[in-house]
Design a protein around this ligand. Sequence first.
Ligand SMILES: [Fe+2]
Length: 533
Amino acid sequence: MLIGGSVAIYSKALKEIPINNRLSYMDKDRIKILLVDDEDGILDVTEVYFEKKGYQVYTAGNGEKALDIVNQEKIDCVFTDINMPVMDGLELAEQIRHIDSTLPVVVMTGYPSLENTIQTLKNGVVDYLIKPVNLGQMELALRKILRERELFVENLILKEEVERRERLRLLNNELVKKVEEVNTLNRIMEDFAAIDSSYEIFNKVVRLAVEELKAELVFFHVYSEQNNSLVLVDKAGAENKKKPASYSMDIPEQEKAFIIESLGSDHKPCLIADASGIPSMEGQVHSFMVAPLKIRDKIFGIVSAYIFQGPHFFEGESLYYLSFITQKAASGIESIALYENIYENLFSTLFAFVTAIEVRDLYTRKHSTRVAKVAHIIAEAMECTKEELEIINVAGSLHDIGKIGIRDEILLKPGCLTEDEYEKIKEHPVIGADIISKLGLWDREAKIIRHHHERFDGKGYPDGLKGEQIPKLARILSVADCYDAMASDRAYRKKMDKNVVLEIILKNSGAQFDPDVVDSFLQVADQDLPDDC
Ligand SMILES: [Fe+2]
């Protein structure tokens, strides 16, 4: 058993021993011991004994000489008498401790007393022997100390190994957590990358909060600064969970006030794991958090998430993810708003060109607006997607924009056109498609514009496409365009009767027009079609 204080001594000793050398450190040939006694006879006998045993032995007749040796040599163990002139053994032990606190000192005394024993402990002495000391006993004590040291070193190596493994385990856990975090953040970012409308973003935010944060109910409110109020734009929640009836549509006004208040002036996200502090939620909500969605430092919206039943609670990590989701949503909404703004501005400019073309001819005014409306009605009847409906709106409104490249004397010629003049007119779908596609925003619309004069039988222009080679929306636009041309006044004739027009269209089904489009059109043609926009 080591005497108190030795752990610190060996701990320091170990740091000075390279790991690879630690086991060989106990090699007897290299062990240096220092014997200190004022009796030369004892020193001589002891020296011979230990040297025969293979130790390297140093001797000193008093404390001062002993200190000189300790200062010069790397001694492994010191045996010292207590009662010596100049400096006694205990003082020597104390001095050695100041020089090298790792060096074990064994004192030998003929007069053991409690006082001495306590003093030896105080001075960091690792063992003491009672005189007369048997040499074999000394060697046993030395071996014991060295063995204890060896065990301690081994123990420390094992401890280090355990600690290393524990550190590895913690690092590994940390790594797994980080990978999980990166995956979650990537999932969130990928989800937002594919979105191109604000409403899709609102929906994505509430669904992500339910899926990733295990929220039972999530609301997305848009914040109205003027009224200091919240307007619900979307919500999501696990329907199978029992939740208070008051949460079925929107959160109560009292709580909205709390949410606004809890965000405070710093607009920081807020987490309440114990909802007892929220008056209207008491007894209903276990955990709650709210995060603002800021665009250019102003609150645009607020996302609030609820857990009604324990034991699951939101934690700091949940709030971190919610804030990340709202940040991504904010930049998504900002880009969409910017894009929509550019898009709308550009559309307005282009449509102004169309209007400028149409006003030159009294009879074609608002033709494009009407065509877009009729095409939209047909597309709805054909169950086109929301995206296709948006495309047909733009393509319908801009389908004749290429006429801007046709000279007025041809475009506005009252009589019949020559063959060359007709060929010029036929260029307008290509010119229009070129104008639109150069903007890089409406490639699909440009395609519809290019092909709006194709015929189902392949006899149209500019590319003579046939049947389903012609884009579906262009086939729809073709019917709408011809319908409006016949159903509105022209310089050379009055507008034709609606039934007559429908008959003509039906007659051309399968030749000029796609039969499916004609069928759908005839099904909705009884409703009010625009004839005077
Ligand atoms: Fe046209």
